[in-house]
Ligand binder design. Structure first.
Ligand code: HEC
Length: 111
């Protein structure tokens, strides 16, 4: 009896977290690239994790779209930020740069 209840609880939690995950992306191509390749280090909303938060600190390598694209393509030497130019195509890089900028902007408007 106890075990059945526990299983049900776990099942509910699991379903809940799936819904949560899908609510956090907006399903734009940029957000999908971001969630797949970048969120592990940069956090689901740029809040950081393994990588510094990009919401609270100034972007070291520039926050113009051009600068971001350059950083994504070439990576940052001697850090875990790798070069993505062989993993992602031009379009994906541009989309993910736009997505990161939109996250940054939406955070700014709120605070
Ligand atoms: C393995 C962890 C890791 C992954 C995965 C990763 N990054 Fe990074 N990223 C970092 C770290 C660490 C830094 C900070 C580098 C530094 O100290 O300058 C960084 C820095 C950056 C910066 C520059 C921030 C600044 O301050 O100017 C951009 C832009 C960026 N990452 C974009 C991306 C994108 C887009 C992806 C996915 C395609 C991605 N990163 C995936 C670890 C990661």
């Amino acid at each position: 009896m106890k075990n059945t209840k526990r299983f049900l609880l776990l099942a509910i939690l699991a379903v809940g977290s799936i819904f949560n995950l899908s609510a956090q992306t907006d399903n734009s191509p940029g957000s999908i690239v971001y969630m797949n390749y970048c969120s592990a280090c940069h956090g689901k909303k740029l809040e950081g994790g393994q990588a510094p938060s990009l919401l609270t600190t100034k972007w070291k390598h520039g926050d113009s779209k051009k600068a971001i694209i350059q950083t994504i393509k070439k990576g940052v030497p001697n850090t875990s930020m790798m070069a993505w130019e062989n993993m992602l195509n031009e379009k994906q890089i541009e989309q993910v740069a736009d997505y990161m900028l939109s996250l940054k902007k939406s955070k700014k408007q709120k605070s």
